[in-house]
Write a protein that binds this ligand. Structure first.
Ligand code: PA5
Length: 419
């Protein structure tokens, strides 16, 4: 379902050492599989049934159908965990046509916000304000300017019909929905933003964009079943979590997530957020960075191959061709005839193999093989990394579900703005 291979010409972690570390970590896996009392308020994502069961899926699909019938654009207002999962799938898989998804709530730049508002001119749209803690300035302020824009375009009743809020039960956002007649849908109280792909937070915008959310949830469920049923020796999430911690202890402070598929550009952001916000605390953590090849091979590639040995690399290796394009000769002497008749899929794979060979001489390379780039496998990836991040955080000795450090800048900002 998801294979993990290691390429490391210096064998920095031997198979024997890895197996021993996996055996040592077996109690961590057992506790995670059972669900831990100390994290009871953050583990609603551990069982997909809770927030992505049949009843929820039907509700999501019904709201999405309503939006699709009345809108040609949909504004996702959300920051961090409130937008990254949906965006990573939509930007990778959305086909041309249908409702366009527009993003707000993730910036305070007036230039970006004006551009976003201009992109809505002359279009029929709905908005979804996704906010777990409805105090965050970025989504809160975007919600305001979008309400103002809607008030200019629609009657109060029509604007209310076109306004959805994803918030926690009992929150001020829910009260606002009751007062104004907006549609309110739940942001799971027991799920943090970065773990919320399988809930209204991630699934509603995906469904509006025409993504097959049932396949995505099926992929997540299959991965959930695998990771909960397998023991330490054959559990891929534990293997990955243990490996990254072993490399970290050897002095590799950074992990680079790399792939040769630009479709994964926004997934990279989701992954970086998941690990940075979950692990970077108490003076600890592996710093997550991401690279999109071939582009970055001509930039950070130099540093990776020749610079300070700071990082290990994790490659996402898509097995099934994402597309085909054959390159032909046009008879001109451009010295590229060695490419005649080759498919770009094959050429891209050659670049992948060459890069792994070159980089593994310098640093440990972990290769995660994924069947295909579709909704089903995105579901697998979300669950795999969420579970692995939980295990890895436990091995590191931090709480993978809180984010106290994010509050520091907020405090200074609120002070500066007179809150
Ligand atoms: O993963 C997280 O918990 C965070 O990234 C939050 O999702 C992000 O800060 C947005 O929070 P909120 O929805 O409360 O505005």
């Amino acid at each position: 379902m998801l294979n993990i291979n290691i390429r490391d010409s210096a064998a920095r972690v031997t198979e024997e050492a890895l197996l021993q570390a996996i055996r040592d970590a077996a109690p961590v896996l057992k506790r995670a599989q059972a669900g831990e009392e100390k994290y009871a308020d953050s583990q609603g994502w551990l069982r997909l049934e809770q927030w992505a069961g049949e009843d929820w899926l039907r509700q999501i699909e019904s709201i999405a159908e309503r939006v699709k019938k009345t809108c040609d654009a949909f504004v996702l207002i959300g920051v961090g965990g409130s937008n990254n999962a949906a965006r990573s799938v939509i930007e990778a898989l959305k086909e041309d046509g249908g409702v366009e998804i527009i993003y707000a709530g993730n910036t305070l730049s007036p230039h970006a916000l004006n551009k976003m508002l201009r992109s809505l001119e002359g279009r029929d749209y709905a908005i979804d304000c996704i906010a777990k803690n409805f105090e965050t300035l970025e989504p809160g302020s975007s919600f305001r300017i979008l309400r103002e824009a809607m008030a200019k375009k629609y009657s109060p009743e029509e604007a209310a019909k076109r306004t959805i809020c994803t918030g926690t039960y009992g929150s001020s956002l829910e009260k606002l929905c009751q007062q104004e007649g907006y549609t309110f849908v739940p942001f799971p109280t027991d799920v943090g933003g970065r773990y919320s792909a399988f809930s209204f937070v991630g699934l509603l915008p995906m469904a509006v964009a025409g993504i097959d959310i049932r396949s995505l949830v099926r992929g997540g469920r299959d991965m959930e079943a695998l990771l909960h049923a397998t023991d330490a020796a054959s559990n891929p999430a534990l293997r990955y979590a243990v490996l990254r911690n072993l490399y970290h202890r050897q002095g590799y402070a950074l992990e680079m997530l790399a792939s040769f598929e630009p479709q994964l550009r926004w997934f990279n952001k989701w992954w970086v957020q998941l690990f940075a916000e979950s692990e970077g605390k108490d003076g600890k953590g592996i710093f997550p960075v991401a690279a999109e090849y071939s582009e970055e091979l001509h930039a950070v590639g130099q540093y990776l191959q020749d610079g300070a040995p700071l990082m290990f690399e994790t490659f996402l290796d898509i097995q099934e061709p994402t597309d085909h394009l054959v390159i032909h000769s046009d008879g001109k002497q451009d010295h590229f005839d060695y490419l005649n008749g080759k498919d770009f899929w094959e050429i891209n794979r050659a670049a992948f193999d060459a890069t792994v060979t070159a980089h593994s001489a310098k640093m440990p390379c972990v290769i995660l093989e994924i069947g295909a780039l579709d909704a089903y496998h995105f579901g697998q990836l979300f669950y795999f990394f969420q579970f692995a991040c939980y295990l890895s955080g436990e091995l590191l000795g931090i709480n993978p579900f809180d984010q106290p450090g994010v509050e520091a800048y907020k405090g200074w900002m609120f002070k500066a703005l007179g809150k």
